[in-house]
Design a protein around this ligand. Structure first.
Ligand code: SAM
Ligand code: DTB
Ligand code: SF4
Length: 319
């Protein structure tokens, strides 16, 4: 667990974003090399264990019942999840992340998720879950089940948040993250870039993450996946170089975190992930599917890693 390298102001982080591109990437690569094998990539496979029908109104999401999107499906059976985890392990993933379209889980959901976590862990994979907000009891249940990571994103800066989500507060998210931290599980938290936020707001997200004490072990940086029917479907395209810069700034401010190049990869040419790795990304979502949208196919990612001389991270904790 890592304390912030220092307390970051939003203005300092904004200044990092504005560095000349080569300087920014050079510094970020140096910091990466101080803490990690720069050619190893941590591979996480996602599975949507409960899709659609969510009672939150997150403007980017296909699974909200507030806007047109995917249909409301019932939760997967434990056996289906274990089968998918086994396949992910065989394909080379080290971590398996189970996602559910819930505002928060209910009691019945929790007992099923606990079973899933235990069984996936028994396969020898790291486990991660993203189930919405948690109370103390649910956090404890997940800890006892052996959950390694809990993913709960801040998504954006406190100032921009209200433009995207109205059904839960920023503080609710911070409270869930504090519970996960207190219970002793690893924290996975990041956000989405390209939702129309300005540079100060982008820097504001990174400041929130980097100033957590300790900062998250895993930091997913998602490029907004624009899906028709969602309120953000017509948002202006993000310049891919601004995405690369965000990765570099996350690396500089959270030197020991696994910074994950997350959603949005399917829309990128190979040059963008290559630059992201140079900028300090050392983790990806690996597998043909994210939750409801696509991800590059496993064979394409294997080819990309080969082309770049990169390889999956051996299963060991770096901190
Ligand atoms: N329902 C739970 C929650 O919101 O906490 C867990 C699942 S939710 C889909 C997990 C995260 O996926 C969101 O917080 C958001 O950061 C990311 N996400 C969802 N839809 C996305 C999209 N269209 N583009 C990029 N990231 C997205
Ligand atoms: C995260 O930061 N990104 C993942 C995971 N954590 C749960 C989800 C991305 C979802 C992209 C849109 C979709 O497939 O529905
Ligand atoms: Fe629900 Fe999570 Fe989608 Fe928000 S991001 S609508 S909480 S599934």
């Amino acid at each position: 667990m890592d304390a912030p390298a220092r307390a970051w102001t939003v203005a300092e982080i904004e200044a990092l974003f504005k560095l000349p591109f080569a300087d920014l990437l050079y510094h970020a690569q140096q910091v990466t090399r101080e803490h990690f094998d720069p050619n190893a990539v941590q591979l996480s496979t996602l599975l949507s264990i409960k899709t659609g029908g969510c009672s939150e109104d997150c403007g980017y999401c296909t699974q909200s019942s507030f806007h047109a999107g995917v249909e409301n499906k019932k939760m997967l059976e434990v056996e289906e999840v274990v089968k998918a985890a086994k396949a992910a392990k065989e394909a080379g993933a080290g971590r398996f992340c189970m996602g559910a379209a819930w505002r928060e889980p209910n009691e019945e959901d929790m007992s099923t998720v606990v079973e899933m976590v235990k069984e996936v862990r028994a396969l020898g994979m790291e486990t991660c879950a993203t189930l919405g907000m948690l109370n103390d009891e649910q956090t404890e249940q997940l800890r006892v089940a052996g959950l390694d990571y809990y993913n709960h994103n801040l998504d954006t800066s406190p100032e921009f948040y209200g433009n995207i989500i109205s059904t839960r507060d920023y503080q609710d998210r911070l409270d869930t993250l504090a519970r996960v931290r207190k219970a002793g599980m690893n924290v996975c938290s990041g956000g989405i870039i390209g939702m129309g936020e300005n540079l100060t707001q982008r820097a504001g997200l990174i400041a929130q993450l980097a100033n957590m004490n300790p900062y998250p072990e895993s930091v997913p940086i998602n490029n907004l996946v624009k899906v028709e029917g969602t309120p953000l479907a017509d948002t202006e395209d993000l310049d891919p170089l601004d995405f690369v810069r965000t990765i570099a700034v996350a690396r500089l401010t959270m030197p020991r975190a696994f910074v994950r190049l997350s959603a949005g990869r399917q829309q990128m040419s190979d040059a963008v992930p290559a630059l992201c790795f140079l900028a300090g990304a050392n983790s990806i979502f690996y597998g043909d599917q994210l939750l409801t949208t696509g991800n590059p196919e496993v064979e394409r990612d294997k080819a990309l890693m080969d082309k770049l001389g990169m390889y999956p991270l051996a299963k060991k904790k770096c901190h």
